[in-house]
Design a protein around this ligand. Structure first.
Ligand SMILES: *[C@@H]1O[C@H](CO)[C@@H](O)[C@H](O)[C@H]1NC(C)=O
Ligand SMILES: *[C@@H]1O[C@H](CO)[C@@H](O)[C@H](O)[C@H]1NC(C)=O
Ligand SMILES: *[C@@H]1O[C@H](CO)[C@@H](O)[C@H](O)[C@H]1NC(C)=O
Length: 424
């Protein structure tokens, strides 16, 4: 039934695009200094950002039920994203097909030639706040990387919230990864010592949790690396510098905002947000942190302060921490989960033994600081870790890998790191 509607929406999509482009002129909002790297990138973002505002940011805020907001955002993003990456042409170079592994659909991308250049593979977990996105949204990125690296990619179609909740998303990813190692790697002639896991945003969370859990149960073969792109790794401090920078400099732009992160985490945590929506205002001030967990949290976050003063947005004015608006209800709902590393991987106490890691963060992203902090903890635990902070980047820029210069550069950085790690 939905299918029929889709083709109708598709028909009007061209008009919608034209309409939003015109609106973007009307809805012009200045982007902060340093946002995007080149003049061309800036022009593109001055069209994309207001278009996103009109297509999903404003409408999604009209819904009284957060679950309706998720449905709308999902629909809007799925359609808008189909206009991206259209210049990536890998016809005749990459073949792709679907399989079902342990009940989980995966899309496999194989280079048609030079298949044995690396004879490794990359397992990819897409982002979208555990609630949005799908494999097709990342199709052009997968095809591009498969072709450029001559390496097989597997993109996992895990279930989303609110249809499932934690640990549903995670177990789907884990089941697919387990199936790959147990059955599929041999079928595709993969050297299982050369397998890297990679994910962006919520996918970065899922990727590193899969890696941590394999490490903890000493699963073999070991992963050869993990690539974590602006990952979501914690909910213990929603007032880091990068969170606070948002309120002064990015508020009102269609970029990932603190409230949305609170919503998505709470959905993932299994909280009925249609009933508990009012807790978000407490959570964004850290009102969900109870006395019981505060000490454990402070221990994990101990180098936070030194990182914050060295990553202070070139001395831009950032307000000091807002007053904590405590909510006993939020504390009770989240107390059991905040230190659970299967949902918040920054909280894993022992990180040693994890595979070599690449962590990418972006300056214009509320999640910048937690990515930097996780990279720092990995280094301290002796994990070979490379971290790159894109000075002009923003959250979700990877989705614009064929449109924006800096996003494209970041893909090149990832490719170089993976090929160095698993050997060409
Ligand atoms: C295989 O890879 C090499 C080196 O990357 C390249 O020169 C060659 O054109 C590729 N062959 C095919 C058939 O794609
Ligand atoms: C920020 O301020 C510190 C101390 O005042 C100064 O040493 C530093 O050069 C400034 N950094 C930038 C990027 O302006
Ligand atoms: C941490 O994990 C590593 C590797 O899994 C293990 O060798 C080590 O004993 C662990 N350390 C502690 C304190 O549990």
């Amino acid at each position: 039934m939905l299918k029929a509607n889709y083709s109708n929406i598709w028909k009007y999509f061209g008009y919608i695009l034209l309409f939003t482009t015109i609106l973007s002129a009307v809805l012009y909002k200045p982007l902060p200094e340093g946002f995007t790297k080149t003049k061309m990138d800036r022009i593109i973002m001055h069209i994309v950002e207001p278009a996103l505002r009109v297509a999903y940011y404003y409408p999604s805020r009209l819904f009284s039920k957060p679950s309706s907001m998720v449905w709308w955002t999902r629909l809007a993003l799925n359609h808008m994203s189909s206009t991206l990456g259209i210049t990536v042409n890998t016809n005749g170079v990459v073949s792709s097909f679907w399989r079902n592994w342990n009940g989980v659909n995966v899309k496999i991308y194989q280079p048609l030639y030079n298949q044995t250049e690396t004879n490794g593979a990359v397992l990819f977990i897409h982002g979208g706040g555990f609630a949005l996105g799908n494999v097709e949204m990342y199709d052009s990125l997968m095809r591009r990387m498969t072709a450029e690296m001559n390496t097989m990619f597997i993109s996992i179609e895990y279930r989303l919230v609110p249809e499932t909740v934690f640990p549903g998303n995670l177990l789907d990813c884990e089941n697919a990864v387990d199936y790959f190692f147990a059955n599929a790697a041999a079928e595709f002639g993969i050297d299982t010592s050369k397998v890297v896991i990679m994910g962006d945003s919520a996918g970065g969370n899922l990727a590193t949790v899969v890696a941590q859990r394999r490490n903890e149960r000493n699963a073999v073969p070991k992963l050869a690396g993990q690539v974590l792109i602006y990952p979501l790794v914690q909910m213990a401090d929603m007032q880091t510098i990068s969170y606070r920078y948002f309120f002064d400099h990015l508020d009102g732009l269609a970029l990932v905002d603190p409230e949305s992160v609170a919503y998505y985490y709470m959905f993932y945590a299994g909280i009925n947000m249609d009933e508990k929506k009012y807790l978000v205002k407490n959570v964004v001030t850290n009102g969900h942190i109870s006395k019981t967990v505060k000490q454990d949290i402070n221990k994990i976050m101990e180098h936070k302060h030194s990182l914050e003063i060295t990553n202070n947005y070139k001395n831009a004015t950032i307000k000091s921490r807002a007053n904590v608006e405590e909510s006993i209800e939020a504390q009770n709902l989240l107390e059991q989960l905040l230190m659970n590393p299967d949902i918040f991987p920054l909280m894993r106490k022992n990180l040693s033994g994890l595979p070599p890691t690449l962590v990418l963060t972006c300056e214009f992203d509320i999640l910048r600081d937690e990515g930097i902090l996780y990279a720092d903890r990995l280094k301290k635990a002796g994990v070979p870790t490379t971290s790159i902070n894109y000075e002009n980047g923003f959250h979700a820029m990877l989705n614009f890998h064929s449109e924006l210069f800096e996003a494209s550069e970041s893909v090149n950085d990832i490719e170089r790191w993976i090929l160095d790690t698993i050997g060409a």
